[in-house]
Design a protein around this ligand. Structure first.
Ligand code: HEM
Length: 512
């Protein structure tokens, strides 16, 4: 699958053309869906109505995952800015606009194919298509007309906002990066980083530097913070080992298929275990309020006072000072994310109209309800089932871990028969968030959640052009001196001391 190195020190990607659309699929094929596991009729899944009833008990307004305003107070050790970086990364890799929220279990009869035909409207690679769109030729509305490759930022009302049309809609690669002011300002950060990288470089070289810095931050900074340390260490060793062996010409090396999250063309696919469960972890880390800048030390995430309830221009007074959300300055500790646990704050249990539409029911306004019901539709396996499968790959997880739901407030309000079944067959999103709260103490994802996330991102790095698979272009002389391979390194003017972090990008732009 992997092609031989094509020139000194560079390895062609294994089949991933960036900025192409892809498909969804499964990390593990042939597993029974959660809906089928809950059914009393062998070979059939529970009905959409029954799935919605259970999703409401767990994730609906007033359900077990409704954390209200109190949930806001529990913190992890992760700076709050990473929530919006996580959301920005989500919008780079996955977008499903095809499945019906109240549809049937697509895997219910034991068939994996329907989900494997679902289109993913993002490329499942860390290529920043949410920033670049399809590039200057195919997405010219994102770029300056002068042909320099400069990306548009700012508008007549606010130079520190995104470019917008006359109705206030953002002109960006993925419309979801205007869903709240923080993700909109994160988008602006990466647009400005690209524009800075253009100085003295061609568009392609600037884009390559931006992508590699971004990918490096995703794997070495962000994922290290949000994943279980033992699982991160295991999969990090495996990834580096695989990259080195591939670079040495062992073209198909992938330890135990850990990173073979690909379709039959060798292109990364988007596993629904990631997109509909594990990577929706970001929803539980969202706080209901945040600081913005010195003048506004606290606002609601969707604040009516500023009409910023989603997909709206960022007023000048709401320009985000990242010092409050990222460790830009050691003397100014940032606010932290909400704890990683099964609770969602009020803002996400009762989402506003611009996000869910005026006609949404109370339950449909809840992101926890939507995540659980979407998980039923795409045929996710139960957490227990997936843990068993993951353990066979040698990842350090304990599939027998006891998540003991009995101390969760509201658990005993669920009728006993349903409760009994849920303890045996826990919907994946709820299982993973409980795992994070119970096993990881709310500090990061638990072992299974981490393994899903790391395998998926590892596959993107290994199967696409990335800082891991494509070394710098070397002259023959340079290649001779370093044995043919120089791993890509962040630019010294950007990286602070130690590993390149997200805050380094914010700091670099501030110093600009
Ligand atoms: C900040 C507030 C956020 C809001 C209001 C929000 C809202 C939403 C909504 C409405 C959906 C579609 C739900 C459905 O019908 O299935 C969604 C999907 C999703 N969200 Fe969020 N989200 C937020 C933050 C995040 C964060 C921080 C992350 C990342 C860790 C994240 C990851 C995802 C993913 C992976 C999907 C599925 C995307 C797809 O494949 O289509 N979200 N979100």
């Amino acid at each position: 699958m992997i092609q031989k190195p094509s020139m000194h020190g560079t390895t062609k990607a294994r089949g991933c053309a960036h900025a192409g659309l892809g498909r969804f699929g499964y990390l593990f094929e042939g597993l029974q869906s959660w809906g089928a596991a809950m059914s009393d009729v062998p070979g059939e899944s529970i009905s959409p109505d029954e799935a919605a009833r259970i999703a409401a008990l767990l994730g609906g307004a007033g359900g077990v995952m409704d954390g209200g305003v109190a949930a806001n107070h529990c913190a992890s050790c992760v700076p709050a800015g990473y929530t919006f970086f996580a959301q920005f990364v989500d919008h780079d890799v996955t977008l499903d606009v095809t499945t019906q929220l109240h549809g049937p279990d697509l895997r219910g009869a034991g068939d994996d194919e329907p989900v494997k035909h679902l289109p993913n409207l993002r490329s499942a690679s860390l290529d920043l298509d949410c920033v670049y769109g399809f590039g200057p030729e195919a997405s010219p509305h994102l770029y300056s007309t002068d042909g320099t490759g400069v990306m548009l930022t700012g508008n007549a009302h606010n130079p520190d906002d995104l470019a917008r049309n006359h109705q206030g809609r953002a002109l960006i690669g993925d419309p979801r990066n205007d869903e709240n002011i923080y993700v909109a300002q994160m988008q602006l950060m990466w647009l400005r980083f690209h524009n800075r990288m253009l100085a003295g470089r061609s568009f392609e070289e600037a884009q390559r530097q931006v992508r590699f810095h971004y990918q490096y931050i995703v794997w070495n900074d962000f994922l290290k913070r949000i994943c279980d340390p033992a699982v991160y260490s295991h999969l990090n060793d495996a990834l580096l080992d695989a990259a080195a062996r591939i670079d040495d010409g062992d073209t198909d090396y992938d330890p135990k298929g850990l990173f073979d999250v690909t379709d039959h063309h060798g292109r990364p696919l988007m596993p629904v275990e990631f997109s509909v469960a594990a990577y929706r972890f970001g929803h539980v880390t969202v706080r209901s309020n945040y600081p913005v800048n010195t003048a506004l030390p606290v606002i609601e995430l969707f604040d009516e006072r500023f009409s910023t309830e989603g997909f709206s221009p960022v007023p000048t007074e709401l320009v985000v000072d990242w010092h409050y959300l990222l460790p830009v300055d050691p003397a100014r500790p940032p606010v932290l994310t909400k704890a990683f646990d099964h609770l969602l704050v009020d803002e996400l249990i009762r989402m506003p109209n611009p996000i869910v539409g005026k006609r949404a029911t109370d339950h449909e306004r809840s992101l926890a309800f939507r995540n659980l019901l979407r998980g039923y539709v795409v045929g996710l396996p139960s957490g227990q089932n997936l843990a068993d499968a993951m353990a066979t790959l040698g990842v350090p997880i304990d599939p027998t871990q006891n998540l003991d739901f009995s101390d969760i407030p509201g658990w005993h309000r669920i009728d006993a028969p349903t409760r009994g079944k849920l303890e045996q067959h826990t919907p994946l999103f709820f299982y993973l968030m409980r795992e994070a709260g119970k096993v990881a103490g709310g500090q990061h994802l638990g072992p299974l959640g981490s393994a899903i996330v790391l395998r998926t991102f590892g596959s993107m790095l290994l199967n696409c052009r990335s800082y891991l698979t494509e070394a710098g272009k070397l002259t023959d002389d340079e290649a001779g001196r370093c044995g043919g391979h120089v791993p890509w390194q962040p630019l010294p003017e950007i990286k602070g001391e130690g590993v390149l972090e997200l805050a380094d990008i914010a700091r670099y732009l501030l110093l600009g």
